[in-house]
Write a protein that binds this ligand. Sequence first.
Ligand code: TYD
Ligand code: MG
Length: 461
Amino acid sequence: MAKAKVMYVCNQCGAEYARWQGQCRQCGEWNTIEEVKLSSNASPARTVTRAASLAGFAGVADGKVENLSQVQIAQTVRMPTGYGEFDRVLGGGIVPGSVVLIGGNPGAGKSTLLLQTVCMLSSSTKVLYITGEESLEQVALRAQRLSLPTAQVRIGAETSIDNIIAVALQEQPAVLVVDSIQVMHVNDVDSAPGSVTQVRESAAALTQFAKRTGIAVFLVGHVTKEGSLAGPKVLEHCVDCSVLLEAGNDMRFRTLRCHKNRFGAVNEIGVFAMTDKGLHEIKNPSAIFLNRQEKVAPGSLATCVWEGTRPLLVELQCLVDLSQYGNPRRLSLGTDGNRLAMLLSVLHRHAGIQLGDQDVFVNVVGGVKIDGTSADVPLILALLSSFTERPISRTTIAFGEIGLTGEIRPVQSGLERLNEAEKQGFLRAIVPYDNAPRNKSKMGNLEIIPVRNIQELVDLV
Ligand code: TYD
Ligand code: MG
């Protein structure tokens, strides 16, 4: 028998080596190189991947080159998924022939989301759901429990990519769901399902298939403990959209976030609630992330962050407390810890307020993650409020960036944020001077208080 060829592949960047080594020379990661067995006939692994990477440029494959302006653009009609939140994350619906990867931790609700989506879609288009992890009966039970319309949904239990492609060619669905890519295998590569090669080749074969037939493919992908998608990084390279379904600290809510999108903007989020009747979209997320208690407590303040193309109102909470031990703790949940350390320094240096002997805790209500700099001003205000034990009114909102010299800098889409705050019934907004509307101190009922530097914030509190 011919000896099976062996190759070593980095599961982070996909670099290939002839022998094993501890560190990948290409991406510098340690312990990421895995053994991959190639079947003895030809080298299917490489041919499939190469073909797939060329699939996006189908026109070039037959040696034709043309002017970009002359390329025929087919009118792509996006298919709405039936969930407005999901559509927005995808950039306005499903693009035919696109490959979308849905990642998430176990139990995040990936299977539930896709099952609900295909059932909603089935009334208007042909859909095929392939389950590799659950049995047909399990899926049917869940659909029944969620009272989903299942009459038009075609479903199969299969883990061989070759069979899936054959079935899909026969069924000709508009949307194909493969749950999950980690249990799939390509017949002529003899390594175990879930290994780098299998994941890579399965995804490559499905991508090529999607591009050739115009069938939109959804792949479910697992996320490892470190938070990256299990399998090689090339998985994310070969798909058109990579979407993560995340469960916040508060397990009720799920946010759907796009990390890569060839057909729209990234950083859009969709918000869902996991209930006993499946996932429900939340059209007005600001309402749930704000803690609207009547009692005002020191240390909490609402802010408006920008998510993709829309504002989101969230509540920040800070607790400043005299440290019991020699080493004061700084802990931030939902915001950047390094930024907190920086802001504490700015507060000391430019406003003379020393929190060096205090424990500082920061939390964003509802398990939302804030990135970006617009939460600097509310963070400082909440810190000061907790430190001085002076509550800030519930109807106050703030946003703005703080620079290292203590100046307050404007943030993008200031006006839209103010509009959203006004719509939600806030009465006062503390904003960077450059974000305040000119010649106007009020927008509707919203009083606007422009600030220029950190000292003015201290004076306000
Ligand atoms: P599932 O879609 O199986 O997760 P994934 O495919 O991402 O691993 O979702 C499973 C979780 O969702 C499970 O922990 C239970 C919860 N769940 C509900 O709370 N209500 C429901 O109606 C459903 C279907 C699931
Ligand atoms: Mg699942």
